[in-house]
Design a protein around this ligand. Structure first.
Ligand code: ZN
Ligand code: ZN
Length: 157
């Protein structure tokens, strides 16, 4: 009798876990598919640089221009020379070089140089820092591959 009760419990547990692995996995697949679409599509009016910055923060650089290419395909299909153009301003090999060589957050977004009172060292000079997180894209016309005003260019694009 005791054994029968235990068997019943085991089966109920097994059945519920079976059902659980069915439904949520289909759901998870939908979420992944939806996320992939959301992640890879630039927002309306979002500029190339904000888009690439956002993707690099989420996924990192894989040594290619995959996000710049993705941006071009989705938002600026006529800019067939985009990668060449990026190479000319210093991003010859991959997306993250845009931020190493071609542009940086606009000066207005950096923190100010300041003196901070440190209990041990007294007055400490803190240099201006780029923003840890960029504000939302300031927007560019559709089809443009220029950075929005949140970015300062190191070279003419
Ligand atoms: Zn890179
Ligand atoms: Zn932008």
């Amino acid at each position: 009798m005791e054994g029968a009760v235990r068997d019943g419990c085991v089966r109920a547990v097994w059945e519920s876990s079976f059902m659980e692995t069915n439904t949520p996995s289909a759901e998870a697949e939908n979420i992944v598919r939806l996320a992939a679409r959301t992640i890879l599509t630039p927002d309306v009016g979002e500029c190339l640089v904000c888009y690439v910055d956002r993707q690099l923060r989420a996924f990192g650089c894989d040594g290619t221009h995959r996000f710049a290419q993705q941006y071009r395909e989705a938002s600026a299909p006529r800019s067939t020379a985009l990668v060449k153009r990026l190479a000319r301003v210093g991003a010859c090999c991959c997306d993250c070089e845009i931020f190493l060589n071609a542009c940086e957050p606009a000066f207005a977004l950096w923190t100010e140089d300041r003196w901070v009172d440190d209990p041990e060292q007294g007055e400490v000079f803190v240099e201006s820092q780029p923003p840890a997180v960029m504000p939302a894209c300031a927007g560019v016309p559709r089809g443009a591959v220029d950075p929005c005003r949140n970015w300062a260019r190191a070279a003419k694009w």
